[in-house]
Design a protein around this ligand. Structure first.
Ligand code: GLU
Length: 494
């Protein structure tokens, strides 16, 4: 079979769970490689594990990939010239190819029951041997086979693996990796149910879909010699292989749930922006060869190469991921930030943000974004610009409100603001500074309670910037509301 020279890569998830950072990173490297080489990026669902298959997982994987901006050229949703792109719809093809191997004597039916195989494995383990199939059914005579068949036993199909010699995997990241055939056994390519195993279906598909480079997780390296045997048996030309390094937890153990969120969807709901996650994932194993850390998708496409992917495991660092996110909250065009923030505004009960007009929302976002690490924080920090019914931070109340004369001071501030000819940041600041001076108080004596009155909080962007953005009317209302609240609270025992 002749391959075209063009680059074709694939991401082939099994829809048994949601998309995690490991899978997302594999998809990203495939995507970057395809785009950097003017090739095609194929999405294939390996959904032949009917017991573990979940429809929700499929939706989750497709949505997460889309959210990350990893658009595929061919796939289960959009089709393409080598479809269908889900293995459950390709069973006839695997059966046909398996039959070819059977007829050529390169594969054979195996009638061993799961119980017999399990007992055999157990025995080998007890004897300190590596469990492997003995090859019992390899030499069955036609009569013996006919006998099994007549008993209605459905066979699995096993590939004949050479007992000696070695298989060399030429890996674009790892160089040559040699596997001794003696460590392999005659593995199953078709189960007795007529469903292919991963190692068989994957090869048939990669070949039929004209995949030029198989870029996948390191965990699959041990499958590659078996797959090479399948390629050879079927007479397919080999693709290039690249196994991307593992992602480990900070303590260098296997990354798992106990290390916190690792699912793309979880990160999305936590308020990560896809650009940041993409940038972070790219650096998990790939090195740009410089100190630069911030890369847009276009930069990554321009710079990515498989040669610059490390063979060593990458260590996942959630702090660094959130650092990237805060960088992106500041770097993204306000337009994009707004688009990303809208669902979070809705979730926070601020569905009417649009009615404030884009200019105002953009200004709010520009004012608060340097302090936020996530979109959730960004929206929370923006909320008092869009609602009046906020509560006062209790610690702030104890510290700044419940002191003698604060209500009067806030009203004095209010009077000063009311008399200003215009309400820009500089005018407001000058007027407040003058009031501070006139009263002979410290700046904080006025600024802290005013901030609490206007925002309900004790920290945030510069107060005068907030005041100018809120506008005169809302400042006056909020100062009055706070003064009245303090007077009412003052009557209560504190
Ligand atoms: N379905 C396999 C997985 O999700 C694909 C491995 C491969 O890329 O060959 O791990």
């Amino acid at each position: 079979m002749q391959f075209s020279l063009s680059v074709r890569v694939r991401f082939a998830p099994s829809p048994t769970g949601s998309l995690h950072i490991g899978g997302a990173r594999t998809a990203l490297f495939n995507f970057l490689f395809a785009r950097s080489r003017g090739g095609q990026f194929v999405l294939r669902l390996e959904d032949t594990d009917f017991e573990r298959h979940q429809v929700e997982a499929e939706t989750n994987i497709l949505n997460s990939l889309r959210w990350l901006g990893l658009e595929w050229d061919e796939g289960p949703d959009c089709g393409g010239p080598y479809g269908p792109y889900r293995q459950s719809q390709r069973l006839e093809l695997y059966q046909r190819e398996a039959k070819r191997l059977l007829e050529a004597g390169l594969a054979y039916p195996c009638y061993c029951t799961p119980e017999v195989l399990a007992a055999e494995r157990e025995k080998m383990r007890r004897e300190g041997k590596v469990p492997r199939y003995t090859g019992r059914c390899r030499e069955l005579s036609p009569q013996e086979r006919a006998e099994w068949e007549s008993r209605g036993v459905k066979p699995a199909l096993r590939l004949k693996v050479p007992a000696e010699g070695s298989i060399v995997v030429r890996d674009l990241i790892r160089g040559e990796v040699v596997f001794d055939c003696a460590t392999l056994d005659d593995f199953v390519i078709m189960k007795s149910s007529g469903v292919p195993t991963y190692n068989f279906a994957c090869v048939v598909d990669d070949a039929q879909m004209r995949i030029s480079h198989v870029i996948r997780a390191e965990e699959h390296l041990s499958n590659t010699p078996k797959q090479i045997l399948v390629y050879r048996a079927l007479g397919y030309e080999l693709p290039a292989f690249a196994h991307v390094p593992m992602i480990l937890a900070p303590d260098r153990s296997k990354l798992s749930k106990r290390h916190g969120a690792t699912g793309v969807e979880e990160f999305r709901t936590q308020g990560l922006v896809p650009e940041a996650l993409l940038n972070y994932l790219a650096l998990l194993g790939w090195s740009p060869g410089s100190e630069q850390e911030i890369f847009s998708k276009e930069d990554l496409i321009a710079r990515f190469s498989l040669e610059a992917v490390s063979k060593h495991a990458a260590v996942y660092d959630v702090q660094k991921l959130f650092w990237f996110n805060s960088q992106y909250l500041n770097l993204l065009p306000l337009e994009r930030l707004y688009e990303l923030a809208i669902p979070f505004f809705r979730q926070a009960g601020l569905d009417q943000v649009e009615k404030w007009g884009r200019d105002y929302v953009f200004q709010v976002l520009a004012t608060v974004r340097s302090r936020a690490r996530t979109l959730v924080e960004l929206v929370d920090m923006s909320s008092y610009f869009f609602r009046d019914d906020f509560a006062y931070d209790p610690q702030g109340v104890a510290k700044f409100f419940l002191r003698p004369g604060v209500a009067e001071l806030l009203r004095e501030g209010k009077a000063v603001l009311a008399s200003l000819p215009s309400f820009g940041e500089a005018e407001v600041e000058a007027a407040y500074r003058e009031l501070i001076k006139r009263k002979g108080i410290k700046g904080g004596d006025l600024i802290h309670p005013t901030r609490l009155a206007l925002t309900g909080r004790t920290v945030g962007p510069g107060l005068f910037e907030i005041m100018a953005l809120l506008g005169r009317e809302r400042c006056l209302e909020r100062l009055e509301r706070a003064a009245a609240w303090i007077e009412r609270s003052g009557e209560l025992p504190v």
